[in-house]
Write a protein that binds this ligand. Sequence first.
Ligand SMILES: C[S@@+](CC[C@H](N)C(=O)[O-])C[C@H]1O[C@@H](n2cnc3c(N)ncnc32)[C@H](O)[C@@H]1O
Length: 286
Amino acid sequence: MSSVSFHKKRIEECLRENIQINEREAQIEAENILKFALKKSSSFFISNQKTNIDKIQEELISSILKKRIKREPLAYIFNEWDFYGETFYLDKNSLIPRQDTELLIDLVLKRYDKGSKLNILDLGTGSGVIGITLSKLYPNSMITISDISSKALNVANKNIKNHNVTNIRSLESDWFDSFKEKELFDLILTNPPYISKDDDHLNNLELGYEPSNALVASKNGFADIFKIIDTSPRFLNSEGLLMIEHGHTQGNRVKNYFQQKSFNNIKQHRDINQKIRVTSASKIKI
Ligand SMILES: C[S@@+](CC[C@H](N)C(=O)[O-])C[C@H]1O[C@@H](n2cnc3c(N)ncnc32)[C@H](O)[C@@H]1O
C-alpha cells in the first residue's frame, strides 16, 4: 500500500509521458482521478496526503489510466462531470459540458432575479446541464430543454431524474421544428455546434470521443447559429432574449447577422480570458 501523494506523483508522470499534457494539466487530472477513485472531495486531499490507498482503489486508478492513455476524456471514463458546482451523469452520446458554458448561467443570473417567472428554452441541450442548472436556480420558472439527438435526450432525462427537478420538460426537435407556433419564450439559450469541419482542433484525439453532430456545423461553423437566429423571433416573447455561445473568432459575424435580422440590444460578452464567447439580443428595444 502506498500514500495519496505517492500515487498523485505516479499518475502525473504517467499522464505527462503518455498524453503530452503540461504540468498543471497533469496535476488537475491526477487530483480528479484520485477524487473519483477514493470518492473524496478536494478538501480531503489537502490534509490527507499520507493516507494509504488500498488494492481495489489502486486497480481502479490503473484501469482509469489505461483508458486515459488512449485519450478517452475523464468525463466519459467517470460517466460524470461537474457543471456550475453540480455533478451530472454523462456518456458518449452527449457533449462534455465545458466550463466556458458556465458564462451563459452567469449572464442569466446577472439579468434576472431568482424569483422570476420565466419561460426558458435550452436549445441543443446535450446532457441538459444548462436547462437543469437554470431549473434549480429559477424554481418559479418553466424550463424546456430540446435536442435533435434522442440519445443525448436520454442522458438529459437521466439528469432531470437524478437532480429531482420538476419545473422542466424535454422535447426531441430539429431546432424549432417540433415546437408549436404559439409557444413563446422569455429567454432562449443555446450552445449550438459551431466548429467548422476544416478546423484543426478536430484532430484532437479527445474530441474524437464526442458526438460530431454536437461539435461541427456547415458554412464554416455558422449554419446552426444562423438558423437559430433566423427562426427564434417566432418563438420569443416581445421582450424575449436570445443568447448564443459561439467560438471566440465568430463574434463579429454573429453580431452582423443579428443586425441584419433586425435584432435589438445586441450585446457581446467576454469569458474569463477576455474573449467574446456569447452574443445576446432581443426582438425589440427594452
Ligand atoms: C455544442 S453541443 C451543446 C450541448 C450542451 N448544451 C452543452 O452546452 O454542453 C450542441 C448540441 O446541439 C445538438 N444539436 C445539433 N444539431 C441540432 C439540431 N438540428 N437541432 C437540435 N439540436 C441539435 C447536439 O445534439 C448537441 O447536443
